[in-house]
Design a protein around this ligand. Structure first.
Ligand SMILES: [Fe+2]
Length: 391
């Protein structure tokens, strides 16, 4: 049985293909378009997965999409009623939900099927369960605690679960607008890095500074008993104003997510062309400390609830390797598995694995031992291309 997984109209769009529950191909669209973190629909990645696997479109029985516009609808409605976000925010979200629904049409087009044929094979897998599945079902663990921490997806920013064999149970969630990924993004923008996915630069800047703004930054994230947390929303505008977000074909773009109150707290924001000074390094170092403390708070509570010593981690925040290196030191977890495509790129794989195990009840048979699932090029082919280009 062939299952095609797709991450579309988000960052890092990708495709992955399972044959009888084993991964045979996975690749991101950015590898073809050369647009970093490419959004839109993974047309080339889907075609490549078919080429690498040798599968025909007729063989694809299930198409798993790592979004579910119907997920958490009640939460979304309550939020809209209580917070009365500006019309721009609601319009943006509706536009994206509309785009996600267009996925069926794009799947049909790329696979050469009718809309009805494509629609009949599709499964909408909520973003966070796709993250959770993307790490646990690839891991060598029969039983493990699972954590997904990111910006947002389908109105959730953090989720924790327990995985046993071919099933997983979500036991906790943190909902929009509270998010550790958003916290890191706000400070990344404040420090003058505006490209989607620039957080790793700030993580790299952190060790150069003294973390002497930790107390100030703790005002932005309040840790709650039981592993939860809340943002002080007066420092953020993603929840109240129409922060522009673009998930169409091309590079994702996110508008400013912090309010002027952050500059009142920390001083003027760095412009992209300003030199980086000790103040910026100190803020990056402090951000990393506050972020790590919050993530460790989530993970320690997860251990307390489950008693498990094995942890599988995913979500964009699981790309913070500095945090990952401290998990064994700061939590009781002894064995940690982070799937190589822990960001949104891996949700295509996660959605496919979710369908195979969680929906179809199939047993575990795959452990991801490496990250090389895309196109291959023989040395001779590379030499020929270089010769042609240099001619
Ligand atoms: Fe995500």
């Amino acid at each position: 049985m062939i299952i095609l997984g797709i991450n579309a109209y988000h960052g890092d769009v990708s495709a992955a293909l399972l044959r009888d529950g084993e991964l045979v191909a996975a690749v991101e669209e950015e590898r073809f378009t050369r647009v970093k973190h490419a959004a839109g629909f993974p047309t080339n990645a889907t075609a490549e997965c078919l080429a690498v696997s040798g599968a025909t479109t007729g063989e694809i029985e299930h198409v798993a999409i790592s979004r579910d516009p119907r997920a958490n609808l009640l939460r979304k409605a309550l939020f809209a009623l209580r917070s009365r976000p500006r019309r721009g925010l609601v319009a943006d979200r509706l536009r994206n939900a509309g785009r996600v629904r267009e996925v069926a049409a794009r799947v049909a087009e790329v696979l050469g099927l009718t809309r009805d044929q494509a629609g009949g094979r599709m499964h909408w897998v909520e973003h966070h369960p796709a993250h959770l599945a993307s790490t646990f079902f690839c891991s060598p663990f029969e039983e493990a605690a699972i954590g997904a921490i990111d910006g947002f997806g389908d109105f959730v920013s953090t989720s924790v679960a327990v995985g046993r064999g071919p099933t997983m149970d979500v036991i906790g969630r943190v909902y929009f607008p509270h998010s550790l990924g958003l916290f890191y993004l706000a400070l990344t923008q404040y420090l003058g890095f505006w490209k989607y996915g620039d957080e790793y630069k700030v993580m790299g800047l952190a060790p150069y500074g003294q973390p002497d703004r930790v107390d100030a930054l703790r005002r932005l994230v309040h840790l709650k008993p039981g592993g939860g947390f809340e943002l002080d929303l007066s420092y953020f505008r993603h929840w109240s104003e129409g922060v522009s977000m673009t998930w169409d074909d091309g590079e994702p773009v996110i508008g400013k997510v912090y309010t002027p109150k952050l500059e009142e707290l920390l001083g003027p924001a760095r412009r992209s062309d300003d030199l980086i000074g000790p103040r910026h390094e100190a803020i990056a170092a402090s951000l990393q400390v506050v972020f790590e403390d919050a993530a460790v708070h989530v993970l320690n509570a997860l251990h307390e609830r489950t008693g498990l010593r094995r942890l599988c981690l995913a979500g964009g925040c699981a790309m913070n390797s500095v945090l990952n290196g401290k998990i064994r030191e700061r939590t009781p977890f002894r064995e940690v598995y982070v799937q190589p495509a822990a960001g949104d790129n891996g949700t295509s794989l996660g959605a496919a694995l979710y369908v195979w195990h969680q929906l179809l009840g199939q047993p575990r048979r795959f452990v991801m031992q490496h990250g090389y699932w895309g196109p291959e090029f023989a040395e001779e082919e590379i030499r020929r291309t270089l010769d042609q280009r240099s001619a």
